[in-house]
Design a protein around this ligand. Sequence first.
Ligand code: HEC
Ligand code: HEC
Ligand code: HEC
Length: 354
Amino acid sequence: MTIRWKYLAILVIVAPLLGLGFAWSGLMSVKASTGHWGMTDWFLHWVMRNSIRTAALSTEAPPLDNPALLPPAAGHFETGCAICHGSPAQGRSGAVLAMLPPPPDLKTVVPTWSDAQLFEIVKHGVRFTGMPAWPAQVRDDEVWDMVAFLRKLPGMDSGAYLQASGLHGIGTAGEVSPLPITCESCHAEKRLNGNSIIPRLTGQSEAYLLNSLRAYAHSERASGIMKVAIGTLPDESLPELASYYAKQARPPRPAAPWDAQLVEKGREIAERGRAADKIPACLSCHEKPGGNPAYPRISGQNAPYLERQLRLFHAGVRGGSSFSHLMTEVAKKLNEEDFAALAAFFASRESSGP
Ligand code: HEC
Ligand code: HEC
Ligand code: HEC
């Protein structure tokens, strides 16, 4: 027995040393060109699938069949994912196809994952493969938008894809746009309706637009979608973009069938606040004549967008300009029923001009 203990001790010390020696010798290949051995390839995929299956066990998917979730995710897919995974509008370069492992064509693999598993992959990325994590880790809502889009991707032909991602309008009828086309692909008034989760920018306060763009650029406002959208723009171009949108009047919209009771409840808080919960009137800051131009105009904004922002402020993760803490303080005191009521009231209100 004593002899066996001795062998075991030698093994425990010698084996790691041998491993280290092998790694030091430089004989271990890290060449991507030769690919993995079949066995390694199988093993790595097996590990990945197991890891994602386990991570997704405690994740519950929200309802994802709302068509309003698709446009921002589709536009982001084209700029943030298609370079590796390809899309109906974009082939892949030879360099990407030589990655190890090569990024798969998502149309074929998406059906093999559940919603919760796709969420895990898109939120956290896949280590050692080049598959990146979502650029704003606090924005689970954005990751779910992407999952909703991925679900639809296998059934989309190229026309449906171009429509969803906002690429179909490029260069039509000699439109001359002073903007990088990417802003309009998502924010063009004609693409937005009252159900949109993308905000209207027309008629917004210039100071607020500029503050917001800077906040995205410097990661003080968390959005993976906006971070990537303005990622390559120099800081100096932001004032021009803010002024471009601020100068346009916000076009009026046909009245939507609002729930009158909900709107009334929102009006009550907007105009008077709620003393019992120490909530100030929203209109004591927003759209106040002669008020601070850095406070955004929220009337006529899309309701689902407003509701999301209120939830983000409430959870303390919205971020924004150096004034955003004022709003966080207010939103913390709102409750679950207030969000929809306030969003309905402000969305239904005629936008007050600049
Ligand atoms: C830099 C290249 C790159 C980018 C950008 C990228 N991916 Fe990936 N992705 C990969 C690679 C490589 C894998 C393969 C992982 C594997 O097979 O183990 C992968 C795997 C995946 C998978 C799992 C597919 C499977 O069955 O292996 C999904 C889903 C996915 N990516 C979605 C996305 C989405 C959505 C985006 C954009 C937000 C994105 N990817 C951006 C490289 C990329
Ligand atoms: C892929 C779609 C997409 C593209 C492209 C895009 N945006 Fe956005 N934008 C969004 C979404 C979604 C939001 C809401 C993000 C959030 O929750 O903070 C947003 C938010 C904004 C906001 C904040 C508005 C507010 O009321 O707080 C500004 C300003 C903005 N975008 C400007 C731009 C500009 C300028 C460009 C072009 C450089 C651009 N966006 C490109 C989707 C997009
Ligand atoms: C003390 C002043 C103040 C009060 C009161 C206030 N807000 Fe705000 N709110 C702000 C500021 C400042 C911002 C902009 C934060 C930034 O620049 O990032 C903001 C931002 C917002 C936004 C985001 C707009 C966008 O385009 O993304 C919404 C929605 C909003 N407020 C709704 C409300 C509602 C609803 C109320 C009433 C319950 C309210 N606010 C009360 C100061 C206030």
